[in-house]
Design a protein around this ligand. Structure first.
Ligand code: UGA
Length: 437
């Protein structure tokens, strides 16, 4: 099938490459010339495990190309809109200007029977509004909403073999045709029995934000338990294990620590509260404000713990920060708790030396006031405290004895509760976790 993908950021670049790998003929379109040049040359503009391989192999088949010209979308039957919906400046709401612009730009290039497929995360009601715009243009094109659930770090696998597919389509023959077109796009996932939910626009839009709201709530729930554990002497890690054995609860996404970040969970819960308020149902998701507040408090907790664990005033201390990306296997520092902690400690006057296997470049361009090093030993040398804030395997496997030989003071704050506290304490370290004794 001939497919266009509008927006070659994180979502679009992965989607375009994966669709070509699955046998479709794909054109990826973006207005960013540098991004298109890189992708055309087989270089990924961001770090994502497995993507360089899929991109290179798809380009080699001749089925994948990239362009800055929206007119190149003409001739494709299905047009995915995969542009960003960032948080609006000065508001919690989502900024829809890129989605609106992508749909408008596509209109002159649609053939009758073409399907525009929204993948971006949008406030409920957006698809119905865009469907009216498409209908008014009388191109014979129609709209489906097909939310994306990929996780950074597993994006290729999640796109090629998703755990479910959701199609939001209009009722009647137009919707039936859209389902048939999407089934052809996702033929390989359909063949392996991937669960499919065919529904209306509003439900499809809500599925996406509800899923992210649930995940964010799960993380903030365990972090709230960590706060209680801290004042009662309990161990939140054991608590998570124990409640996680209940299959109704499940252990995944119950890792207490410095909290969630990234380009999705934080902005999606905020956009959800803003949209619910617009719809006159703010109270229904008012708890998400608490979820957000708990999450942000954990960053502060790591900073406070570090300051109080130091054996000298913070402005005279060297602090090694291990981790900058919002989670391991990513170079993404959008709303990253790790980078936030580094910035706050620097703001308090500490000599912060931060390291990360992938996210230094992105961090440096945003926060040049911090010192960065790609070498763990350089970060640790002479440190008065070590703060682990992203659980990269490289950091989890640090030998406490080796690290002890580098630092000035054996103090470690494990902001992801990922280290073996007993092993670190056995080598003379003062170990501080979150919600653990
Ligand atoms: C999230 C969702 O998991 C995806 O399903 C969704 O498609 C995506 O957003 C999106 O909307 O595009 P992602 O942002 O890649 O994916 O990251 P997650 O793996 O969900 O992790 C989010 C944050 O939660 C990270 O900062 C992570 O460190 C933190 N986290 C996760 C915890 O603090 N504790 C946990 O137990 C799990």
């Amino acid at each position: 099938m001939k497919i266009s993908v509008i927006g070659c950021g994180y979502l679009g670049a992965v989607h375009a490459s994966a669709m070509a790998e699955l046998g479709h003929e794909v054109v990826g379109i973006d207005i960013d010339e540098a991004k298109i040049a890189a992708l055309s040359a087989g270089r990924t503009p961001f770090f994502e495990p497995g993507l360089p391989e899929v991109l290179t192999s798809a380009l080699a088949t001749g089925r994948l190309r990239f362009s800055t010209e929206i007119a190149e979308a003409k001739g494709a039957e299905v047009h995915f809109v995969a542009v960003g919906t960032p948080q609006k400046k000065g508001s919690y709401a989502a900024d829809l200007r890129y989605v609106d612009a992508a749909v408008e730009a596509l209109l002159p290039h649609l053939n009758p029977g073409d399907l525009i497929v929204g993948k971006s995360t949008v406030p409920v009601g957006t698809a119905a509004r865009l469907a009216a715009v498409i209908e008014a243009a009388q191109t014979g094109g129609s709209l489906a909403w097909n939310p994306e659930f990929l996780r950074e770090g597993f994006a290729v696998q999640d796109t090629i073999a998703p755990d479910r597919l959701v199609y939001g389509v209009p009722a009647g023959p137009i919707g039936e045709r859209a389902v048939a077109q999407l089934n052809e796009v996702y033929a390989s996932a359909m063949a392996t029995g991937t669960p499919l939910v065919v529904t209306d626009y509003a439900t499809a839009e809500l599925v996406k934000v509800a899923a992210n709201a649930f995940l964010a709530t799960k993380i903030s729930f365990i972090n709230a338990m960590a706060e209680i554990a801290e004042v009662s002497g309990a161990d939140v890690t054991q608590l998570a294990d124990a409640i996680g054995y209940d299959s109704r609860i499940g252990r995944r996404f119950l890792n207490a620590g410095v909290g969630f970040g990234g380009g999705c969970l934080p902005k999606d819960i905020r956009a959800f509260t803003a949209r619910a308020e617009e719809l006159g149902r703010g109270e229904s998701v008012a708890f998400l404000k608490e979820v957000d507040a708990i999450n942000l408090r954990r960053r502060q907790r790591v900073v406070d713990l570090t300051v109080s664990a130091l054996d000298r005033p913070v402005h005279t201390a060297k602090v090694a920060v291990l981790g900058l990306s919002f989670k391991p296997h990513s170079d993404d520092v959008r709303d990253s708790p790790a980078l936030d902690v580094a910035v706050q400690l620097r703001g308090l006057g500490a000599d912060v030396v931060a390291t990360d296997p992938q996210a230094i470049q992105n961090s440096r361009s945003r926060h040049p006031q911090i010192s960065y090093t790609p070498d763990i030993d350089v970060a640790l040398r002479g440190a008065d405290a070590v703060v682990l804030v992203t659980e990269w395997p490289e950091f989890k496997s640090i030998d406490p004895e080796w690290a002890a030989g580098l630092v000035n003071t054996r103090t470690i704050i494990d902001g992801r509760n990922t280290l073996d506290a007993t092993a670190w304490r056995a080598t003379g370290w003062k170990y501080y976790g979150l919600g653990r004794p």
